[in-house]
Design a binder for this molecule. Structure first.
Ligand SMILES: C[S@@+](CC[C@H](N)C(=O)[O-])C[C@H]1O[C@@H](n2cnc3c(N)ncnc32)[C@H](O)[C@@H]1O
Length: 263
């Protein structure tokens, strides 16, 4: 049973220190350009939502994890009264929500769309986005572009453990926290994988003070699959970038899709 982002622990406690894909300015500029209000799907700890609110744009952040939303809410006081008034967080599943409101911009940052594990869930989510966009409104959704050698059953990614980023200092204890993807199971039939992540809080002399494991399931999506999926769901693709500076599509980098609601 996948638990990623669903229970308290080292994963959520250190999320903001580890999550650094260099996308905040990009989304803030998009939010300012739209005039707002903005809807962020799978907003997590509010890493991006609060930056958008601080820039002067109203934002609704939606997530299904009460633990992640709790972290987002914990930042309200530090955000100040004006930004606080512009940000709201709600508990919803991004495959089934009806907010009774339309937005000029909906975003789904940091590959969260790939936590939807079936095409049905993806289409349900895109349908909900469509219904929440104003005519011509934009949807921006970054994915990773799959590196084929990582997708082979029993291949190198399945056998080799991989350090996830640099160690970070736990915000409360000050101890180092190290994260490793220890094993990975690929299923090319469903285009899904599950990675087993190990979180360890380290004490003096390399002693392990806390160890927690979480399963990260994701679905990989090929470029033309995503383009057709967007088109079939009522969107026209405006642009596809491989990084947040606007580089053209490139194998194995990001797939940053900028689409708008047709009609
Ligand atoms: C990688 S985090 C991204 C958080 C935030 N957008 C950011 O950029 O830092 C993924 C988030 O997706 C959320 N999530 C996954 N599946 C979801 C779903 N079906 N509906 C709503 N949220 C979901 C998780 O709870 C988690 O907070």
């Amino acid at each position: 049973m996948p638990t990623f982002y669903k229970r308290p622990g080292l994963n959520i406690e250190t999320y903001d220190l580890r999550a650094n894909p260099g996308d905040v300015d990009f989304f803030v500029q998009q939010a300012l350009g739209s005039g707002g209000p903005v809807l962020e799907l799978a907003c997590g700890t509010g890493r991006i939502s609060w930056a958008i609110a601080a820039a002067g744009v109203h934002i609704t952040g939606l997530d299904r994890s009460p633990e992640m939303l709790r972290v987002a809410e914990s930042k309200r006081q530090a955000a100040g009264a004006a930004a606080s008034e512009r940000a709201q967080f709600i508990s919803r599943d991004m495959t089934a929500f009806d907010l009774g409101q339309r937005f000029p911009l909906v975003i789904c940052p940091f590959r969260s769309f790939q936590m939807l594990l079936t095409v049905e869930e993806e289409r349900d989510c895109l349908g909900a986005v469509y219904r929440h966009l104003e005519g011509g409104g934009r949807f921006i959704v970054p994915l990773f572009d799959p590196l084929l050698e990582y997708l082979v059953p029993g291949g190198v990614a399945a056998r080799t453990s991989m350090r996830i980023g640099e160690p970070v200092r736990h915000p409360v204890t000050g101890n180092d926290v190290v994260v490793d993807a220890m094993e990975r199971e690929n299923d090319p039939l469903t285009q899904t994988f599950v990675e087993r992540w190990r979180f360890r809080e380290m004490g003096a002399g390399g002693r392990v003070l806390r160890e927690e494991w979480e399963n990260l399931p994701m679905r990989w999506i090929y470029r033309y699959e995503m383009r057709y999926l967007l088109e079939l769901s009522g969107f026209d693709v405006e642009a596809e970038y491989s990084d947040y500076e606007g580089a053209p599509p490139a194998y194995g980098r990001e797939q940053i899709w900028v689409a708008h609601r047709r009609g």
